[in-house]
Design a binder for this molecule. Structure first.
Ligand code: G4P
Length: 277
């Protein structure tokens, strides 16, 4: 289920999240480790105000580990924030979450008091997966509904930390063109919103600039053309995606590149870096 984020949905998401946050001590903000900047929503910074945040760089299994490390250092500079790189499907990678939440809200410690946490993030970033893994059970898929649409229940992560089973959903920041292409290339926003050829050309250009070896190796390209469309043509030729008359099926090459980039088949790729690019 995908919703189109019209202004009405955004206002509602904002209102519901603001209300839910009044009952929360620590916000667990999930970002995509491959694109922490593009997958963030500045609205959350505004709504959380002085509340501490645990920033989880999720899908770290798909991201470039060196870049993820520099993001962790970047986020840890914020006194009210703690950051961890995780794979929400892997229980061992998230075992530090309750401890981090406790450390962020020392005032909530004491007999009978629990640090109340809630997961927030844009669609597809891994909110349901994380909640399921943390709670060790299956919750309903949250889908991409704006904010919190049913009464949240709270579950204990341990004797001092509780988690709301309903995440806050924020909209992706599509007004920033570069960020929007990165969200689309990584698969974080639905196919329908974008033209595959456009996104694949963006991805080919990005990979040729930033991960040329990975791209060349994956498709056994001896030289990398400078034009994204030519890169797609070479990929199509390599894979034998030929139409009548020997013309390369560019659409098929585009789909292949995006699928293999998203699945990690091309190696661990990060789109955003903390330093200005
Ligand atoms: P959401 O609630 O924020 O909308 O996201 P959700 O948990 O539904 O996760 C979206 C997709 O991302 C799912 O894949 C999920 O398996 C995948 N995912 C979540 N966390 C991680 C992670 O740390 N690493 C990797 N590699 N993938 C992750 P899907 O294709 O929609 O479903 P499925 O293939 O898992 O069935």
């Amino acid at each position: 289920m995908t919703i189109n984020w019209f202004p009405g949905h955004m206002n509602r998401a904002r209102r519901e999240l603001a209300e839910a946050l009044t009952q929360i001590d620590v916000v667990i903000e999930i970002l995509d480790a491959r694109l922490p900047r593009s997958s963030s929503n500045p609205m959350l910074t505004e709504l959380r105000g002085e509340k501490p945040a645990l920033t989880l760089l999720n899908k770290a299994d798909l991201a470039d580990p060196t870049v993820t490390q520099s993001w962790l250092q970047f986020f840890e500079q914020d006194r009210k924030r703690s950051a961890l790189a995780v794979d929400a499907n892997d229980r061992s990678s998230i075992k530090g979450v309750p401890g981090r939440c406790r450390a962020l809200a020392p005032a909530r410690q004491g007999p009978g008091r629990r640090v109340r946490c809630m997961v927030v993030g844009i669609p597809n970033v891994g909110k349901s997966t994380l909640i399921n893994t943390l709670l060790g059970r299956g919750i309903a898929q949250v889908g991409d509904r704006p904010a919190v649409t049913r009464r949240a229940q709270r579950f204990e992560l341990d004797d001092r930390v509780s988690l709301s089973d309903t995440p806050g959903v924020l909209w992706p920041k599509l007004e920033d063109q570069e960020g929007a292409y990165r969200l689309a290339a990584s698969g974080a926003v639905g196919e329908a919103a974008f033209d595959t050829m456009d996104v694949a050309q963006y991805a080919a250009g990005f990979l040729a600039r930033t991960y040329p070896e990975a791209l060349a190796e994956r498709y056994r390209l001896e030289t990398l053309p400078t034009e994204p469309l030519q890169i797609l043509e070479c990929i199509g030729r390599r894979r034998g995606f030929l139409q009548r008359g020997g013309v390369v099926d560019l659409e098929r090459a585009a789909n292949t590149l995006l699928r293999e980039l998203r699945s990690g088949a091309m190696g661990r790729i990060s789109f955003d870096r903390p330093a200005p690019e």
